[in-house]
Ligand binder design. Structure first.
Ligand SMILES: [Cu+2]
Length: 122
């Protein structure tokens, strides 16, 4: 095994052992009491897209927001909860109503969470 290959393997090992989102950041839910929650900024990796499932609780096309009761998101250490998301485009909300089960993709943006894709699951 030559030296270059060895260093590449070492690098791969380090990346595998310490992925970017590994630190055990606890997810603060103190603000999540009665209904809509918010996540503390900077917990999710900015730019990365996460996928979750949930049920639509409220649709606000004018505000460009949607409230989703989402299932746990292990990648972010989020338990199940109801929370508001921004939407990348109001078009994403078309045909959605309270009670609709969905699978959705979202990313973190400036302390908010932005839905970038929504798919009905039933
Ligand atoms: Cu949440």
């Amino acid at each position: 095994m030559n030296r270059q290959l060895l260093s590449i393997l070492t690098l791969l090992f380090i990346v595998a052992a310490f992925p970017g989102n590994a630190p055990a950041a606890s997810h603060d839910h103190s603000g999540h009491g009665a209904g809509q929650g918010s996540h503390t900024a900077g917990r999710a990796e900015s730019g990365k897209v996460y996928t979750a499932t949930g049920v639509i609780e409220a649709v606000e096309p004018e505000a460009g927001r949607v409230t989703i009761r989402h299932a746990p998101v292990p990648e972010l250490k989020w338990p199940a909860m109801s929370m508001g998301f921004a939407v990348e485009s109001p078009d994403l909300l078309e045909g959605l109503a309270k009670g609709q089960a969905v699978r959705f993709d979202f990313r973190a943006a400036g302390g908010d969470y932005v839905v970038v894709d929504v798919e009905k699951t039933r």
